[in-house]
Design a binder for this molecule. Structure first.
Ligand SMILES: [Mn+2]
Length: 690
């Protein structure tokens, strides 16, 4: 179509020329007959050749359209012109060579300068197929179907060329018919449908009974009214259905669009609840479970309950929204709740006692790259069990110093009693179906010191003792679970448990010191997450003769490490005004320990609310994150991890690992995660349909 008009001009000018020559000849015929007769054959010959040549050119210019016409032969081709849907035919180069009226009015009329399909969509034509593909053009949505036609050009010269091309494996000529179906109405209905889909949400006041225990009736009523009013007003704005199903629990059904609003505000309801103060000291905290991703309302309610339970397991004061990779967490900036009541501990202790009574041997295993808490609590529990006549071992790697962070404790204890700590290989040799396995200081299957040993143990003979917030990849259905995310350390939990299991009172000073070392490490010398029960546990261990100075001595580091730590701290840069970030490019012995200690120490620099170190590990980079409570580093680390189980921890102490990326990318990811954490809520993307 592009050269069509040009050729018409050519034809017209040639005709005009011939007419002019005929007129000239006619004039000559009247004046000079001889000249006329001599020039006539020349005139006829020249005109004949010129016209013949023109038709030849036109024929070769038209082969394309002839081919096209033959491709769309018959009545079908005629119907396409008046077809009610936009139709266009596009050649190899993405040029629209034919279009119907409907196409011209919906999009544009292709002209010589504007005929590229790229003006409508920049997606490669190969992606379109019979199933159609959605495109967005000028505020409208279309589903585009394509019907490609490959053909060899029906022209003798070009046929030879095409044959040689196909022999060389080159591209043949191809015409693609594109049919556009306007689906704008469908799209808007679909999004209205998505946005108005109901979602079930459960909101619960954390520790309601404990919060109000000892409060006067009038205070109780006052707090209850304030909570009710807050929740009622908040959800009235969201046009939700709200039912109070018990004193501390609300069931809410609301439309997806309002949930999106809530997520865009990062679940501000949680922060609003903090403003309600009970008896001048405790603030009300809420846990929220949201049942997204469900196909039915019943399923949505089940998911909401599931999420609420998880939120409580993670320490409450947060909202969990079910997502394709587990859940998304919001909130949780208040310090974890103080643990009150020892009912759970006593019940767990009784169950452990009953279980170990049936065991030939008990093996206690912590996490890989064991620290003082995992080894200390394993030693403490093993010794207490031994004192009550049960054969027990602490399982830890110690032969290879690069695989443990608890070398000083293990060495010191091996000197005192070489029998208690064994390597995982020994444990696996001795393990029988009658043995009991206790996992301490982790609840994630892939983080245990030895996965094979975990697999050997039947779930009905497995005990789990941990204080980390529930993360993805948790060990499921152990026989006994003592999972208290509000405890400072596994050693604190073990210290409480052994008082009920028995054998605790007979612990020797060195054994009590192993437990105290665990508490000291995880609380950073009783600064972080230390509750009443932490000091009670420490007091108990002190009574057993634990010496705080010998414990502190285990934390001694070499002068080289001390220098290294100082170097790391001095290299730190402040990001986002309150986050100290130190990057360690090259590994060195004890890099893990030194870097996590450096992160700890950076917290005590003025103006620093959170500290991060990035350091090399085998095949990737590891992050240590610490906070004094203002910043929730667990959320930041979780958003760095590729999947949820690559990052996590506590709100004040967390980590993540990334494999197979460069240091620059790793640091970029950290910066992005911090940016995202501090991003003002208004900038949250709420147009995302997913
Ligand atoms: Mn721990």
């Amino acid at each position: 179509m592009r050269n069509f008009y040009k050729n018409n001009v050519l034809l017209a000018s040639l005709c005009a020329l011939i007419v002019l020559l005929i007129l000239l000849d006619a004039y000559m015929f009247r004046n000079d007959a001889l000249l006329f007769w001599t020039s006539l054959p020349i005139l006829v010959a020249v005109s004949g050749i010129a016209l013949g040549k023109l038709f030849q050119i036109r024929k070769s210019e038209y082969w394309y359209f002839e081919q096209l016409t033959s491709e769309m032969r018959g009545a079908d081709s005629m119907s396409l012109i008046g077809f009610p849907l936009p139709v266009a035919i596009v050649d190899n180069n993405g040029c629209i060579i034919w279009s119907n009226d409907c196409f011209n009015s919906s999009f544009f009329t292709p002209t010589e300068d504007e005929s590229s399909i790229d003006l409508i969509t920049d997606e490669p034509l190969e992606l379109f197929n019979g199933d159609g593909r959605e495109i967005h053009y000028d505020e409208k949505w279309y589903r585009v179907y394509s019907d490609p036609h490959e053909f060899i050009i029906d022209d003798h010269k070009s046929a030879a060329k095409a044959a040689s091309l196909s022999e060389q494996g080159g591209e043949r000529d191809k015409l693609t018919m594109l049919i556009f179906r306007d689906i704008t109405d469908f799209k808007s209905l679909q999004s209205t449908h998505e946005l108005s889909k109901p979602v079930v949400m459960v909101v619960m006041v954390d520790n309601y009974e404990e919060l109000l225990s000892g409060a006067k009736e009038s205070e109780r009523a006052y707090v209850t009214i304030q909570v009710d009013r807050l929740i009622e007003e908040y959800f009235a704005e969201k046009k939700a259905v709200l039912r109070k199903i018990s004193a501390d629990k609300f069931l809410i059904v609301l439309e997806q669009q309002y949930l999106k609003e809530m997520i865009a505000e990062k679940m501000s309801l949680i922060n609003k609840a903090h403003e309600i103060i009970v008896r001048d000291r405790a603030a009300v905290t809420l846990s929220i479970g949201v049942g997204t991703m469900a196909t039915t309302l019943a399923e949505s309610e089940r998911f909401a309950d599931e999420m609420l339970e998880k939120a409580l397991d993670r320490g409450g004061d947060q909202a969990l929204v079910k997502s394709s990779n587990g859940f998304d967490a919001y909130g949780a900036i208040s310090p974890g709740k103080e643990r009150t009541g020892k009912v759970k501990i006593r019940l767990a202790a009784e169950n452990i006692k009953a279980l170990v009574a049936t065991a030939d041997t008990v093996y206690i295993m912590g996490h890989s790259y064991a620290d003082f808490d995992s080894v200390g609590s394993a030693i403490g529990l093993a010794c207490a069990l031994r004192n009550s006549g049960v054969s027990a071992y602490a399982v830890a790697r110690f032969k290879d110093p690069s695989l443990t962070n608890a070398k000083p404790l293990i060495d010191r204890f091996a000197e005192y009693d070489p029998q208690v700590i064994i390597e995982p290989d020994e444990a696996k040799q001795w393990f029988t179906p009658k043995s009991v396995l206790v996992i301490v200081d982790t609840h994630i299957a892939k983080k245990v010191e030895d996965k094979e040993l975990l697999d050997m143990a039947d779930r009905s003979r497995l005990v789990l003792i941990d204080h980390h917030r529930l993360s993805a990849g948790a060990i499921t259905d152990p026989a006994v679970k003592c999972h208290e995310s509000n405890a400072s350390s596994a050693a604190e939990l073990v210290t409480e448990l052994i008082q009920y299991i028995g054998g605790g009172a007979l612990l020797k000073p060195a054994e009590a010191e192993a437990l105290l070392a665990g508490i000291t490490l995880d609380t950073k010398d009783f600064v972080m997450r230390s509750g009443v029960s932490t000091f009670e546990a420490a007091a108990y261990l002190k009574k057993l003769g634990a010496d705080t100075i010998s414990v502190k001595k285990m934390f001694d580091i070499s002068i080289e490490s001390k220098t290294k730590k100082a170097e790391i701290i001095s290299s730190a840069e402040l990001y986002h005004g309150c986050c100290s970030v130190a990057v360690v490019r090259f590994g060195f012995p004890e890099v893990r320990v030194i870097c996590s200690q450096a992160a700890d120490e950076m917290l005590y620099i003025e103006g620093v609310d959170a500290a991060f170190t990035v350091y090399p590990i085998e095949g990737g980079w590891s992050f240590s994150a610490r906070s004094l409570g203002k910043v929730n580093v667990q959320v930041i680390m979780e958003s760095i991890g590729n999947k949820k189980d690559d990052g996590g921890g506590h709100q004040s102490m967390a980590g993540a690992q990334l494999y197979g990326i460069t240091l620059e990318d790793a640091v970029d990811k950290l910066h992005m995660a911090i940016d995202e954490y501090f991003a003002p809520t208004a900038q949250q993307d709420d147009t995302d349909d997913e």
